[in-house]
Design a protein around this ligand. Structure first.
Ligand SMILES: [Zn+2]
Length: 242
């Protein structure tokens, strides 16, 4: 097969074949998050602990002090903000005494603990967050220009920038898995949740972790697509065809 016959068609075929399972995984993960969160938001935990109280209990168990716990708006918007060292919990978590609320709140507290103990991956993630934000915005424009202007240099630069974004998502995985592990171990060790409740919280957190895996895979797929286009253009040129 001559070089130049390898073009956009092959790149697109590979992309679309891989796109389907990745898309299905993303949809599955999202459905799992919504389904499990809704399900376990209806289950009151036996100790009657609210999300805010659970977050504080996890912090206490790890001897972490000085972390704020505040309310934020939205659904599943819970997060820990290292800039003001505050755990933000949404309405259905903050004051809710459910299994889901305790699981999510404990996970966010797990992030606060990661920062407090200087967990390696979270440090790396913080160090590259600014670069990632820039790369994310710049890569989109540069990749588009590279495609439109048929510039291999720009395409390559866009690929590198997009690679930074994918790397960030890759580093996010251990951070997320570790926060959930800390949360569940603490909830178990402190007997905050009983076994059956713990399995509910675990389902909620596992589903959430899966969305991060799906996000990474879809970025890697996008990256692969640009690499294939880049290679097909290089080959076309070498084959004497533009
Ligand atoms: Zn998290």
């Amino acid at each position: 097969m001559p070089y130049y016959s390898y073009g956009y068609e092959s790149a697109n075929t590979i992309y679309f074949i891989l796109l389907i399972p990745v898309l299905l995984l993303s949809l599955y993960a999202q459905a799992q998050v919504n389904g499990n969160f809704s399900k376990y938001s209806k289950v009151t935990n036996r100790r009657g602990l609210t999300g805010a109280q659970a977050a504080e209990a996890v912090l206490r168990a790890h001897g972490v002090t000085g972390v704020g716990v505040a309310r934020c708006s939205g659904r599943l918007t819970d997060h820990y903000d290292p800039r003001n060292n505050t755990i933000f919990l949404s309405d259905s978590v903050y004051g809710a005494a459910t299994v889901a609320a305790v699981g999510v709140a404990a996970h966010e507290a797990g992030h606060a603990v990661q920062y407090a103990v200087g967990y390696g991956p979270v440090k790396l993630r913080s160090a590259i967050v600014k670069t990632t934000q820039f790369s994310s915005q710049a890569s989109f424009i540069i990749l588009m220009l590279g495609l439109i202007l048929y510039s291999q240099t720009m395409l390559l630069l866009g690929i590198v920038l997009f690679g930074v974004v994918a790397f960030f998502q890759f580093v996010t995985l251990p951070v997320e898995f570790n926060a959930s592990r800390r949360a569940l171990e603490t909830l178990e060790g402190t007997h905050t949740l009983e076994d059956d409740e713990l399995s509910g919280a675990r389902k909620v957190l596992r589903a959430a972790a899966l969305t991060y895996v799906a996000a990474l895979l879809s970025s890697l797929l996008q990256l692969l697509r640009y690499v294939l286009i880049f290679l097909s253009r290089s080959n076309n040129r070498r084959g004497g065809r533009r």
